[in-house]
Design a protein around this ligand. Structure first.
Ligand code: MG
Length: 165
């Protein structure tokens, strides 16, 4: 078994959708970024890549690459799952924290877990998403952006039959 950690921040900007965990959340602002700026998926992707020591999201999906402009971040996560499988790993569980003063995220937590479970082909009970505020402190407290942090556990999967490409 191995563990990995991931962290990501994106700034709020007007005229962009707010997408977290692949779920579009109604809000007056969205997150700025080259892709869809889904900070939750980016943190989870980095946690998974880190657990397998396969580099980071910037190495696999550089923002200099026009292919990833406005790309749905589910593409990154799906590709990461494939990378793990071809390297003989399966995902044990994921736990993530969204740090945001606004909007209120509790109504969307289960939809985010469901979305992540579908992308990663994992049981819902193995994916945890939590939300917290920083009590008005710092850039998240000033509502300048959203931070996400994630840990992932992966396990060696000797029965893996997926071939490397
Ligand atoms: Mg990011």
């Amino acid at each position: 078994m191995r563990i990995g950690a991931g962290y990501d921040v994106h700034a709020f900007v007007p005229n962009r959708p707010l997408i977290l965990g692949g779920v579009t959340i109604p809000h007056t602002m969205g997150l700025d970024g080259h892709s869809d700026a889904d900070a939750l998926i980016h943190a989870i992707t980095d946690a998974l890549l880190g657990a397998a020591a396969l580099g980071d999201i910037g190495r696999h999906f550089p923002s200099s690459d026009e292919r990833w402009k406005n790309a749905p971040s589910s593409v990154f996560l799906r590709h990461t799952l494939h990378l793990l499988q071809t390297n003989g790993w399966r995902i044990g569980n994921i736990d993530a924290v969204i740090i945001a003063e606004t909007p209120k995220l509790s109504p969307f937590i289960d939809a985010m877990r469901q979305s992540l479970a579908e992308i990663l082909q994992m049981p819902l009970q193995d994916i945890s998403v939590k939300a917290t505020t920083t009590d008005g402190l710092g850039f998240t407290g000033r509502k300048e952006g959203i931070a996400c942090s994630a840990v992932a556990l992966i396990e060696s999967n000797p029965s893996s039959t997926v071939q490397s490409d």
